[in-house]
Design a protein. Structure first.
Length: 172
């Protein structure tokens, strides 16, 4: 095995280790809710950040959440994580990390309001919500997809290095 190949493998492992650190801070746990008995399950709250009128009878809302604990809540789509009106699953996250998480996802709804039930709280986006300055686009991507993309790019680089033709110096 060449030193370049070993170096590329080390870079790949380093990226994978770094991505793990980014995804799960040291000491943090992922708590499954329900049951809703843990502190993270009881204290997480949804946030309707702003609403944009689409001028076609629909509105687009930008959503986030606040998790005041250091743990991540895992709340599956269902009675404790649902959107309305419409389908319960409208792209909202099921893993809700710590801190204030802004610009996470959008939903479009017809009528006067849309709501997100998360854990033990419900927030409504309607005519009383702040108006978005521009049509909202979520700024937080899918972390899992990002990690997969990094791993695929790193593997591609590793394979390119391994497949590269080698030249040998011939000494007289």
């Amino acid at each position: 095995m060449s030193t370049r190949l070993i170096g590329a493998a080390a870079i790949l492992l380093g990226l994978m280790g770094f991505s793990t650190m980014v995804a799960a801070p040291a000491g943090a746990a992922t708590v499954t809710c329900p049951p809703m008995s843990s502190a993270v399950c009881k204290s997480i709250t949804p946030v309707a950040e702003c609403v944009w009128s689409n001028n076609d009878g629909t509105s687009t809302a930008l959503w986030g959440w606040v998790n005041p604990t250091s743990d991540t809540a895992s709340i599956p789509i269902g009675s404790k994580n649902r959107m309305s009106p419409g389908s319960n699953d409208q792209g909202q996250p099921v893993l809700l990390g710590p801190g204030t998480n802004r610009n996470v996802f959008t939903t479009t709804f017809s009528g006067s309001s849309g709501s997100w039930r998360l854990a033990n709280a419900t927030v409504t986006a309607d005519g009383k919500s702040p108006r978005c300055a521009t049509k909202p686009v979520p700024q937080v991507g899918n972390v899992g997809a990002l990690l997969v993309a990094i791993a695929v790019l790193a593997m591609g680089a590793l394979l390119a290095i391994a497949a590269r033709p080698r030249t040998r110096l011939v000494t007289p």
